[in-house]
Design a binder for this molecule. Structure first.
Ligand code: CA
Length: 227
């Protein structure tokens, strides 16, 4: 697994790099956003670990810029800002997950394992569909009515989970555990935010809506005309 670490604090950066290399991960390092973006676009990484507070260009802008060119690489954001709003801004910028500083190294490793498990699970030869929506799990592409949808890695994982369970009502807890493999603080609306991202891409402009909310219960993927 190849990881790009974008972090300006030398002590934190070398602590993370050393720890990851001990676990046999291959790590490239960038101390600022400009170099980080350049490396991210030049080389193929499985994961980018991105600090929010960087000199010159902040991590959120770095994340948006990487996402403009690469929708599939996993991005884990490191943030000292722990409120839900700040986390959502990070996710909104295209990050897949976040870790609040200070964190324990084993927590970082657990997140990385979850991310790599998700990407290897997706590599079994599989095509999933509902109505005119099709997902090619290997090629990591999604189309609706033959038109490609541009999903981030996390949106893809969420849609993959919904598709594998189409017709079944999935609670926020199910989704958190299966797609994020973690549990958010109670009251966090990360799932709702992501469902809305997905809705905009999957259902907006189509008569037949596929993503449905069941108030107090959760979400279900099914074909149903809105009345
Ligand atoms: Ca920093």
């Amino acid at each position: 697994m190849k990881i790009l670490l974008i972090e300006d604090e030398p002590k934190v950066a070398s602590f993370i790099k050393k720890g990851l290399e001990e676990q046999s991960y291959e790590v490239d390092q960038a101390y600022d956003g400009t170099l980080g973006i350049r490396l991210a676009l030049q080389k193929e990484y499985d994961l980018i670990i991105l600090d929010i507070i960087l000199p010159n260009m902040n991590g959120l802008d770095v994340c948006r810029e990487i996402r403009r060119h690469n929708t599939t690489v996993s991005i884990l954001m490191l943030t000292a800002l722990g409120t839900t709003d700040d986390k959502i801004i990070g996710l909104d910028a295209g990050a897949d997950d976040y870790l609040t500083k200070p964190f324990e190294f084993k927590e970082l490793l657990a997140r990385i394992r979850a991310i790599s498990r998700r990407s290897s699970e997706s590599s079994v030869g599989e095509k999933l569909s509902i109505a005119d929506l099709e997902m090619d799990v290997v090629a990591k592409t999604v189309t609706r009515g033959g038109k490609p949808l541009n999903l981030t890695a996390r949106e893809f994982a969420l849609l993959h989970y919904l598709l594998r369970n189409k017709g079944r009502v999935l609670s926020r807890v199910d989704i958190t555990e299966q797609v994020w493999e973690t549990s958010f603080d109670t009251g966090s609306n990360v799932i709702d935010v992501y469902i809305n991202f997905l809705r905009k891409k999957v259902d907006k402009g189509y008569a037949a809506k596929l993503i449905h909310t069941l108030v107090g219960m959760g979400y279900v993927l099914k074909e149903q005309k809105e009345v």
